[in-house]
Design a protein around this ligand. Structure first.
Ligand code: KG4
Ligand code: ZN
Length: 345
């Protein structure tokens, strides 16, 4: 089965072509980072307008890369939510038009399910069941996954998501959006033990997260130790202080993300643990996740970095599993801004 996946939930317009769940024939991701960068974050109205401009060429490019025409596509998989309503609507309307004109069946895919199964795009694939941490810009969630259609939320953030914390701390340090990649880069030259930022473990049994406290701690630290905030304090940067703040912040977030996932895996007697979502592109998180997972005797899995941040390959893949269940979506389907998956059962 040839599946065309389309993703437009936030600031990437993406299209991918998959053959079953085995072969990725095309993967195009058109990022809008340059457009939103000057505003320090995603501007929803600009995002949807840009999706509108880009969606047709991006899909065409994907078909070209795969060496196929629309007539050879057996199914469409489209991100239904969560995300920015205007952006999601561009992708959905485009997919509906294709479905109607070309008579191709289509399914709406939850973006979180895309991240959850993105691990199967890598060489090393886990067996079910597994515990998965999805750390992205919008969510930090732990799922207990029993098969392609059954997963249960067992932990989530009570305030900011991990990626959101990276983005907000970058803003405090006057670093460009998105914060994750630049903070992980600067951290390489910093001392992770320089500043002891708080780790929020919540109640002893809790698998939930909270990242708004650490963001405030970073803001307070900068305020107390430096005169200039948000204005590219040169002295602070040249002293290596920015690198130390980045490394110490990153270490604290990584500690909690890994600690809670391992706790969940122990609680549910799992053998396999999975890491995915945009923050899973972070090299330090990958390293500590592998180390701790190995130390605890778990088998550790994560998609290659390019499949951690938003892409349409993961949407095509998650769509394939829906098609296998013949869960075809009707054409009056609508988008949603909050994930049903991300709410406790
Ligand atoms: O999954 P994703 O691409 O989009 C959402 O579904 O939200 O995740 C984007 C988030 C952003 O907050 C970004 O700062 C973060 O992932 N991110 C990273 C890294 N690369 C992207 N966070 C930490 N380290 C990275 N290397
Ligand atoms: Zn995402």
């Amino acid at each position: 089965m040839i599946i065309l996946g389309i993703e437009s939930s936030c600031d990437e317009t993406a299209a991918a072509v998959m053959e079953d769940d085995r072969r990725l024939l095309a993967n195009i991701v058109n990022s809008q980072i340059d457009l939103h960068g000057i505003y320090g974050g995603v501007v929803p109205e600009l995002a949807s307008r840009k999706h509108l401009e880009d969606i047709y060429p991006v899909v065409e490019q994907a078909l070209q890369q795969a060496g196929i025409t629309l007539d050879q596509v057996d199914g469409l998989a489209i991100t239904q939510g969560p995300g920015l309503i205007g952006s999601l609507l561009v992708g959905l309307s485009f997919a509906k038009a294709l479905a109607l004109v070309k008579k191709i069946p289509y399914v709406g895919v939850d973006h979180m399910a895309g991240h959850l199964f993105s691990v199967f795009l890598g060489e090393n694939k886990p067996d079910f069941p597994y515990i998965a941490l999805i750390a992205s810009g919008g969510h930090s969630s732990i799922f207990h996954v029993t098969d392609y259609l059954h997963y249960r939320l067992v932990g989530r953030t009570r305030d900011d998501a991990a990626g959101e914390a990276f983005d907000k701390v970058a803003k405090i340090l006057d670093l460009p959006y998105p914060g994750g990649p630049i903070i992980s880069e600067l951290s390489k030259n910093g001392d992770p033990t320089a500043i002891n930022f708080p780790r929020s473990w919540l109640e002893p049994d809790s698998l939930d997260f909270s990242f708004s406290g650490i963001k405030t701690s970073v803001a307070n630290y900068v305020k107390q130790n430096h005169q200039l905030i948000m204005s590219g304090d040169e002295k602070m940067r040249s002293s290596g202080e920015t690198a130390n703040i980045c490394a110490s912040f990153q270490e604290a977030v990584v500690d909690v993300l890994v600690g809670k996932t391992m706790k969940a895996a122990r609680k549910f007697n799992m053998e396999n643990v999975v890491l995915a979502g945009g923050v899973a592109a972070n090299p330090r998180l990958r390293e500590v996740f592998r180390q701790e997972g190995g130390r605890e005797g778990f088998s550790v899995y994560m998609p290659p970095q390019k499949f951690c941040t938003d892409n349409a390959a993961m949407i095509a893949l998650a769509g394939f599993y829906l098609f296998r269940q013949q869960a075809v979506t009707s054409l009056d389907m609508d988008v949603y801004s909050r994930s049903r998956m991300a709410e406790p059962a």
